[in-house]
Design a binder for this molecule. Structure first.
Ligand SMILES: C[S@@+](CC[C@H](N)C(=O)[O-])C[C@H]1O[C@@H](n2cnc3c(N)ncnc32)[C@H](O)[C@@H]1O
Length: 262
């Protein structure tokens, strides 16, 4: 088990400082995620620091009106994906979808797949809900909760067709590296939830995180690299907002695509 700690400095996280203007009922509905860092199940180091953040009226309205329609509440029991999506189809888990631009594009381009997006950030969830509704993305569902707990508690072993982790928070300071999502224990857990032949696709614009990802993914016995080291960006992954910013700052971008062994 990874040791319990209290989240500290939120460097490199999206700005989320102002009080959200949600109605009491929406606040109550979001409470499990909002209080995640202090939840009794918090037995691992969080990869995020949940702060109250600014949300736009559109995101707030989407949270108010669409959570019940497109989101699944976190619960410590295995999710029945066919019931959740209303059909049998390969399920791709996306961890940390941010504002959901990439999720929307990929879900539109791959209507034959189900996409389960996990995010903790209210504005991002509101934005994704709005996209699902306006683009009629019947193949997307959201869980607003810590992905580590979702994978641990809600995803059946050997069940996922794929996992997307795009531009996870880099936690650039060395003393915060322990907060990075892609650590050996979590990658082992993730790999156990991917079905044989399924894939894990990660991308980052932080070189030392790319090196860490390559090291951790290569060290996981259930996974094998589809490339010699870093992969070409697969055609289905569009360039994200974070990637565009990284490229502008002169960073490189590294994709890693590993397959679950049979
Ligand atoms: C740097 S952003 C990248 C967003 C998006 N993937 C993109 O490429 O634009 C990382 C996102 O991961 C989310 N996140 C971090 N740790 C998480 C966790 N344990 N569970 C769910 N979401 C998480 C953050 O809230 C944030 O929105």
């Amino acid at each position: 088990m990874i040791p319990m700690t209290t989240p500290k400095s939120p460097d490199a996280q999206p700005a989320q400082d102002a009080a959200p203007s949600l109605t009491p009922s929406t606040e109550a509905a979001l409470a499990p995620a909002a209080h995640a860092p202090a939840s009794p199940g918090a037995t691992h180091i969080r990869s995020f620091v949940h702060r109250r953040g600014h949300i736009t009226p559109r995101q707030r309205d989407a949270l108010e009106q669409l959570m019940g329609k497109w989101s699944i509440a976190y619960a410590p029991r295995v999710l029945d994906c066919s019931a959740a999506f209303g059909r049998e189809a390969p399920t791709i888990l996306e961890i940390g979808f941010g504002m959901g631009e990439t999720t929307e594009k990929i879900a539109l381009a791959r209507p034959e797949d189900n996409f389960l997006g996990v995010e903790v950030f209210n504005a991002g969830v509101g934005s994704m809900l709005h996209r699902i509704e306006t683009s009629q993305l019947n193949n997307v569902r959201i869980i607003q909760h810590d992905a580590v707990e979702v994978v641990r508690d809600m995803i059946a072993p050997d069940s996922l067709a794929g996992v997307h982790v795009y531009f996870p928070d880099p936690w650039p300071k060395k003393r915060h590296h322990k907060r990075r999502l892609l650590q050996p224990a979590f990658v082992a857990l993730l790999a156990s939830r991917i079905r044989p032949g399924g894939y894990l696709h990660c991308a980052t614009d932080w070189q030392d995180y790319a090196v860490q990802m390559l090291d951790v993914l290569s060290g996981e016995p259930l996974l094998e690299n589809t490339a010699t080291d870093y992969a070409e960006r697969p055609a289905y992954r569009p360039q994200t907002k974070f990637e565009t910013r990284g490229l502008r700052l002169g960073h490189g971008v590294w994709d890693l695509v590993f397959k679950r062994k049979g």
